[in-house]
Design a protein around this ligand. Structure first.
Ligand SMILES: Cc1ncc(COP(=O)(O)O)c(C=O)c1O
Length: 397
C-alpha cells in the first residue's frame, strides 16, 4: 500500500467525516456499563438527544446500523398482515418496503420517478380512499440519500390530518437529522428513525427510535415477534441510565461529545450552514452545465446533491478516477441510478473550505475523465460562499 499524503476526503453522504473531538472521546477506556459513571452519562445523552429530534418524547438508542432502527419501528407497532402505506422515493424507501414485506406486512406502495419527495396530495387521497382504516402506518423517508430529494414532513402530516386518518406516522431521518430542520413533536410523528453516521458526526453503529405516546400505546397490542428491538425493556432500563443489554459504550462517549458540539454551534446555525453549502453546491453543478437529479426546488436536499452524468458517460468511472487522482470518495448511484449519477455529500462536520476542496476535486475530475462540462462551477460556488459569508455565531451551551 503506497502512502498517500494529506487527508482523505470522505464526501459520500454518510458515513461522514468524524471530527477529532469525537474521535478523542471514543478513544477512552471502556467502563462498566452498569456502573454509576456510565448511568450519569447515559441520562445526559438521552436528555441531549431531545433537542436534536425537537421532542419531549423518549429516544431509544440501539447498538445497530440504521436498518435495525427501521426494523424496530415496524416490529414494535404493527401486527402480521397489517397494511402500511409507503412511497418509493428512491433506493432507501424501496429497501424499507422490502423489509416490511419480509416481516409479513402488506405494503401499499406508491411509485415515483425518484426525482422528488413524497407528494402530500397523494397521501391524502390514498388515505381518504381507505374508509375502513386498513392502513395502520404511513412510512416515509425524510431525506432520500439515493436521490437528494427531501420530503416535506409537516405537509405530509397535514395531509394525514386532512384525510382524518388514524394511521401511525413513521419517518426515516437517517440522512437529515442534525443537518436539516426536523420536528418530531410539532409534525406529529409517531416513530422517527435515525442513525449515528451522518449529521451526528459519529462512526456507524448506533441508531435511534424517537417514539410518541401513540406509538408506545400501539406497541402494547402489536403482534409482530420482537425481542432485541423491544421498546418496553429499553425504556424501563433507560429511566435510570442503563440498557437491557450491553450498549456500544465507546460510541456513546462519542455521542456525548457530538451532542455538546451541536449544542455549542446551535441548531439554527447547523441548519443554516447545511443550507448554504447545499446552495453553493447546486450553483457549482449548474455552472458545470450538469443536471441535478431532484426536479422540485423546494425539495432539494441540504445534506447531499445527486448529479446526473451526461448520456454515455459512466459515473463510477468518474468516481474511480477522482478517488485515484485526488483521494476523494463520492457517493455511487444506487439501485436503478447505478452508473448514471454520483452524489456529493455536504453534511456533518463540514465547512467552507471542505466544500471548496470537494468541488475542486469534482471539477478537476470531470476534466480528467473527459466528461463534457463547462468551466467555472467552482467559481460560482465560491461567489455564493463569499457573498453569503457571515461571522459564525457560536452559542456556548
Ligand atoms: C435514508 C436512509 N435510510 C436507511 C439507511 C440504512 O441505514 P444503514 O446503512 O445504517 O443500515 C440509509 C443508509 O445510508 C439511509 O441513507
Amino acid at each position: 500500500m503506497t502512502y498517500k499524503s494529506g487527508r482523505h476526503f470522505l464526501q459520500i453522504p454518510g458515513p461522514t467525516n468524524v471530527p477529532d473531538r469525537v474521535l478523542r472521546a471514543i478513544d477512552n477506556a471502556t467502563v462498566d456499563h452498569r456502573g454509576p459513571e456510565f448511568g450519569t452519562m447515559t441520562l445526559e445523552i438521552l436528555e441531549g438527544l431531545k433537542s436534536v429530534f425537537q421532542t419531549k418524547q423518549p429516544v431509544i438508542i440501539y447498538p445497530a446500523s440504521g436498518t435495525g432502527a427501521w426494523e424496530a419501528a415496524l416490529v414494535n407497532t404493527l401486527s402480521p398482515g397489517d397494511r402500511v402505506l409507503m412511497v418509493e422515493t428512491g433506493h432507501f424507501a424501496s429497501l424499507w418496503n422490502k423489509m416490511a414485506t419480509r416481516l409479513g406486512l402488506s405494503v401499499q406502495l406508491v411509485a415515483t420517478d425518484w426525482r422528488r419527495g413524497v407528494d402530500p396530495a397523494v397521501v391524502e387521497e390514498t388515505l381518504k380512499q381507505d374508509r375502513e382504516h386498513a392502513i395502520k402506518a404511513v412510512c416515509v423517508v425524510h431525506n432520500e440519500t439515493s436521490t437528494g430529494c427531501t420530503t416535506r414532513i409537516g405537509a405530509v402530516r397535514r395531509a394525514i390530518d386532512a384525510a382524518g386518518h388514524p394511521a401511525l406516522y413513521m419517518v426515516d431521518t437517517i440522512s437529515s437529522l442534525a443537518s436539516i430542520d426536523y420536528r418530531h413533536d410539532e409534525w406529529g410523528v409517531d416513530v422517527t428513525v435515525a442513525g449515528s453516521q451522518k449529521g451526528l458526526m459519529l462512526p456507524p453503529g448506533l441508531s435511534f427510535n424517537c417514539v410518541s405516546e401513540k406509538a408506545r400505546k400501539a406497541s402494547q397490542s402489536a403482534k409482530l415477534p420482537r425481542s432485541y428491538w423491544s421498546w418496553d425493556e429499553m425504556l424501563a432500563n433507560n429511566k435510570t441510565g442503563y440498557f437491557p443489554y450491553t450498549p456500544a459504550t465507546n460510541l456513546l462517549y462519542g455521542l456525548h461529545e457530538a451532542l455538546k458540539m451541536l449544542h455549542e454551534e446551535g441548531f439554527a446555525n447547523v441548519f443554516a450552514r447545511h443550507a448554504r453549502h447545499a446552495e453553493a453546491t447546486r450553483r457549482a453543478v449548474r455552472g458545470w452545465g450538469l443536471e441535478i437529479l431532484c426536479t422540485v426546488p423546494e425539495e432539494y436536499s441540504n445534506s447531499l446533491t445527486t448529479v446526473m452524468m451526461p448520456a454515455g458517460h459512466d459515473a463510477d468511472r468518474l468516481r474511480k478516477m477522482i478517488l485515484e487522482a485526488y483521494d476523494m470518495s463520492l457517493g455511487t448511484g444506487l439501485g436503478r441510478l447505478a452508473g448514471k449519477v454520483f452524489r456529493i455529500g455536504h453534511l456533518g462536520d463540514f465547512n467552507d473550505l471542505t466544500l471548496a476542496g470537494t468541488l475542486a476535486g469534482v471539477e478537476m475530475g470531470l476534466e480528467l475523465a473527459g466528461v463534457p462540462h463547462k468551466k467555472g462551477g467552482v467559481l460560482a460556488a465560491f461567489e455564493h460562499l463569499t457573498a453569503s459569508a457571515r461571522a459564525p455565531s457560536r452559542k456556548v451551551a
